[in-house]
Write a protein that binds this ligand. Structure first.
Ligand SMILES: [Zn+2]
Ligand SMILES: [Zn+2]
Length: 142
């Protein structure tokens, strides 16, 4: 392992503390709207930076939070198989997955009625390839 000259961080390596999304003015999390989810710079495993506002009092907040904490606020979001989905963003291992490319998948399908009365149609579907640092790959139809 090569030493990183910039990593002059004392004992506790990651001192960014996460907080759960919460509006102190309303003493509630019921009205929070997540505005964005981003990787921290430098990245911290399991933590992402979130920005959110409170629809009740119009306060805005931004701080690091864990994916689990965000998932609780996005409780109507899809969160299964370790993937948290937020809009077009997919989060795995606590980090937004990166788009590594777009793939086009084609196949031939019988679309005529009755069958055989017309040539097979070529159906093309493009998917975005998302990858996580851990190697997990997800194909998302565009
Ligand atoms: Zn509020
Ligand atoms: Zn992962």
């Amino acid at each position: 392992m090569s030493a990183d000259p910039d990593s002059r961080v004392p004992q506790g390596r990651h001192h960014r503390s996460s907080r759960r999304p919460w509006c102190p003015a309303c003493r509630s999390e019921a009205h929070l709207i997540i505005e964005s989810i981003q990787s921290l710079t430098p990245p911290v495993p399991g933590l992402v930076g979130i920005e959110y506002s409170c629809a009740a009092c119009n306060s805005c907040f931004a701080h690091p939070a864990t994916v689990q904490q965000i998932a609780k606020v996005l409780n109507d979001a899809e969160h299964h198989g370790g993937i948290l989905r937020f809009g077009n963003h997919y989060i795995h291992c606590g980090e937004p997955m990166t788009v590594t490319g777009v793939e086009s998948v084609r196949w031939e399908a019988e679309v005529s009625d009755p069958p055989g009365s017309a040539p097979l149609a070529t159906i093309a579907l493009s998917t975005r390839i998302l990858r996580c640092r851990c190697g997990f790959r997800l194909d998302v139809p565009t």
